[in-house]
Design a binder for this molecule. Structure first.
Ligand code: SPV
Ligand code: MN
Length: 635
């Protein structure tokens, strides 16, 4: 193979030794060589290293991450900490940067109002200029991954170039290796590519210097994402949300779904069965803790691909094999399974937590807050303020942990099944203090698509700005949808219409509050909503028909709380939680209608669903003469 032509620039610069060159040549794919040559020539690293699937190569990444202080070892075996940046509260790199994440749109193409776009030519000129020389004095690591199980119809391949050993190490934990899978491409260019650089670094541990020049540009045309001057995983790791955007584009032009979904195996007590469910929740709305519910099994907690399967069900795979979870509020009482996983020896990366004497601390961990330590602001002590005189908390609200699923005792046996798992249902959940009941089943698939499309979530005090502002996020996916919403909804509808057994759809809401602002439910109550849905999928429970969907009967919930949580569920609680709040629901429908009117060509079923729901709610008020209707009034 004449690799010399394709790798001319790299070879001229002497960046690749013989052993690394051979690893590349063994792939027999000129497209890979072209991409590597182009971006290495642009980014100008001092060395290029190819990482195969071998343990030796993978160990090298882990070793280098520690050697370069991108991660620092903690006292428990396998644990390390990484800081994305040392910051004040106003300027940071501890979350996804929505403003600087843009989709490159060729001139003249339709721009959906929900997508942050930039003219393709202009965007490329801008980011290529920023990336010129961005890997100066860094080692460029080249890796090959498989999004989804190996040897699977679901899976896509991904090429990653990065100068961050932390990014590489995280991807090792979170994704399946794919060097051998790339060989099976037989020279085709059917893979995604991601080029990342942390950019110029300062300090020790080294963090990105030029955060103002942070850019994440998504090129749908080439199946490629360029990302520079950042380290937070949601911005830097190609395979996480950058690949989700490319997969949404691909799936919406084919016949499948790429979703912001967990996959959970539900094991009802006393029934000898497992039922699989997907679930989409916006960030910080209980998604990972639902996927890690006690006595259930986890397939995935963040991104799933769904395909119609020959058995008439939708099947789903986790494109990841690990968890990059929010650590805030993980404590032995509320999240016993996660707590157990991250406080015992195993390969775990903590990010942006407080560290004192090699021990990590985070918000809501249930322990006394240390007086001092190292955190995302550098050396921290109690009452430390940022440049704007704001208190710096001891750990960042979006601090995270990264672990492998298969090491967990609750890992599902089908985690790596190339056929995925058959879905009984899909959950959609938001953060809603006063409108939707804790669990609601849709009338049918179409209405289910509507429930997903109308997820709203309230901003919390953790986000800058007003508290309690509701933001809609269709299928909790709005940040990542790169096709017009009209196309996305149409694709969803068709997906279910084609299935003999479409998933049942449930809306959940874990965040209902009383007038005093106290939550109406405990953190583990969600287990009962999930078990109710599971029972519904198997015909175990009857339900009450309300104008907005089916809700559980009191007796069934009472039994589920008693058997699974050893908790007595009262009629008063049930009534408070499951009453139909007509004005609030009508307001929600109006907000949703207003939002979707901004997009062209929203499918007709969506408008007729809104019209029907409104008519039924109005009819209910005129029949009952009340605005809040007790669940005991429905049959
Ligand atoms: C999310 O915010 O939905 C996450 C974390 O899963 S990340 O997308 O990586 O920021
Ligand atoms: Mn996510």
């Amino acid at each position: 193979m004449d690799s010399g032509n394709y790798l001319k620039d790299i070879l001229d610069l002497n960046l690749l030794d013989k052993e690394n060159l051979q690893k590349l040549e063994a792939l027999e794919n000129n497209h890979i060589l072209e991409i590597i040559n182009e971006y290495v020539a642009l980014c100008k690293p001092s060395k290029v290293t190819i990482i195969t699937d071998s343990q030796e190569d993978v160990d090298y990444v882990r070793y280098k991450s520690i050697e370069k202080s991108e991660e620092i070892k903690l006292s428990i075996e396998g644990h390390s900490v990484h800081y994305d940046a040392f910051i004040n509260m106003g300027n940071h790199d501890q979350a996804r940067d929505k403003a600087n994440t843009k989709v490159l749109i060729p001139a003249g193409q339709y721009k959906s109002p929900w997508i942050n776009t930039i003219d393709r030519k202009k965007g490329l000129t801008e980011i290529l200029d920023i990336m010129d020389g961005c890997m100066k004095d860094h080692e460029c690591i080249i890796r090959f991954f498989c999004l989804g199980p190996k040897d699977s119809k679901f899976s896509l391949l991904a090429l990653q170039l990065t100068d961050s050993f932390y990014v590489c190490h995280s991807e090792d934990i979170l994704y399946r290796s794919g060097y051998e899978e790339f060989k099976k491409l037989n020279g085709s260019k059917d893979f995604f590519s991601f080029i990342h650089s942390s950019g110029e670094l300062i300090g020790n541990p080294p963090v990105t210097k030029n955060l103002d020049n942070r850019r994440i540009y998504v090129d749908l045309q080439e199946g490629k994402v360029l990302t520079v001057n950042n380290q937070y995983a949601g911005n830097s790791l190609g395979l996480k949300k950058l690949a989700l955007r490319l997969a949404i584009h691909k799936s919406n032009n084919e016949d499948w779904l790429a979703e912001h979904d967990f996959i959970l195996g539900v094991h009802p007590k006393g029934k000898n069965r497992i039922s699989y469910f997907c679930g989409a929740y916006p960030s910080a709305c209980g998604k990972t803790s639902t996927a890690m519910l006690p006595n259930q099994t986890i397939v995935g907690d963040d991104v799933a691909y769904l395909r119609p399967w020959s058995d008439g069900y939708a099947h789903a795979v986790n494109i990841e094999q690990g968890i990059f979870g929010i650590i805030k509020d993980v404590n032995p009482k509320d999240d016993p399974v996660i707590w157990g996983a991250i406080t015992t020896p195993r390969e775990t990366i903590f990010s942006n937590v407080l560290v004192l004497n090699k021990k990590p601390y985070w918000l809501g961990d249930g322990r006394d807050v240390p007086e001092e330590g190292m955190n995302f602001s550098g050396n921290w002590s109690k009452n430390k303020k940022d440049d704007d005189n704001r208190n710096i908390p001891h750990a960042h609200p979006n601090a995270r942990y990264t672990i492998r699923i298969e090491e967990l005792s609750n890992a599902d046996k089908n985690l790596h099944n190339p056929d995925g798992v058959p879905l009984e249902g899909i959950f959609y959940g938001g953060r809603d203090s006063d409108t939707m009941p804790p669990v609601l089943e849709s009338f049918n698939w179409e209405h289910g698509v509507f429930l997903g499309a109308s997820i709203e979530s309230e901003t919390t005090s953790a986000t800058i700005g007003m508290e309690g502002v509701r933001k809609a996020s269709p299928m909790a996916n709005l940040d990542f949808i790169v096709v017009p919403l009209s196309k996305y909804l149409e694709n969803h509808k068709k997906f279910g219409d084609r299935l003999e057994h479409p998933p049942k759809v449930f809306a959940t809401n874990y965040f209902l509050k009383n007038d005093k602002g106290e939550y109406l439910n405990g953190m583990l109550d969600k287990l009962c909503w999930i078990l109710w849905a599971e029972g519904r999928a198997h015909g175990d429970f009857e339900a009450l028909k309300t104008p907005i969907g089916y809700i559980p009967k009191f007796e069934d919930l009472k039994m589920l709380f008693d058997q699974n949580l050893d908790k007595s569920y009262t009629k008063e609680n049930y009534e408070r939680q499951f009453s139909i709040r007509v004005s609030k629901l009508l307001n929600k429908l109006n907000r949703i209608e207003k939002m979707y009117k901004k997009e062209e060509n929203i499918p007709q079923f969506f408008w007729s669903t809104i019209d029907t729901l409104k008519a039924k709610l109005n009819q209910l008020v005129s029949e009952k003469g009340e605005d809040i209707i007790s669940p005991f009034q429905f049959k």
